[in-house]
Design a protein around this ligand. Sequence first.
Ligand code: SF4
Length: 240
Amino acid sequence: MTRPIEELKALAEAGARELAGDPENGVPEANPADVIRWVSRNFDTAACAVACSMADAALPHYVAQYQPGVDVLFLDTGYHFSETYDTRNEVARRVDVHIVDVLPEQTVEEQNAEFGKDLFARDPGLCCARRKVAPLKKSLNGYELWFTGVRRDESPTRTNTPLITFDEKNGLVKVNPLAAWSFDDLLDYSRAFDVPVNPLLSQGYPSIGCQPCTRPVAEGEDPRAGRWAGSTKTECGLHT
Ligand code: SF4
């Protein structure tokens, strides 16, 4: 049983105020540990979920230090690289979290039968809506808060990512504790705590999505340039 929407909205606003700091007057915004501690003071572990694409597991590992056994939602689109599934299994073995595989309503074969083969090549918006956005929305039902690993340095569309906000689309609090981190911060943390990392990250894939929609990027390119390359699509719709 989750608390009423208005109560969650008020909590998100209070948290955003408390953790934003006052950078213009020399008060920095909260660091990831402060953010996750704020969540733990205000939300039960059972009310929280961590979204993880299995590009890395820094966020699940960080949250698990304060909320052991927390649910980690893995959107299993059926189109992931084998390295991503291997990382998912390693995280399940080595990190104190409970992995929840979130499946679309249709298998890839069923989708092919209804929409034709390779929907991702003809209408990636529809494919993402059916295999990511709708399943996530359904799976977030019953939680009061979700953590994401969105970082401001990932792309121009993510520059203004707040630490805490109310997610109107899904009806719960959304927390981005690593918003201020760089890609190097992520790698440093993973090395320091021996956290599983998808091997593709060091093979030219700083952003890892579904295999048919992800290509490696060149040195100096936008880290998300390899996602839906050649199309105008830049986001799957989970964070927009
Ligand atoms: S990233 Fe590509 S394959 Fe994956 S759900 Fe979106 S369009 Fe489909």
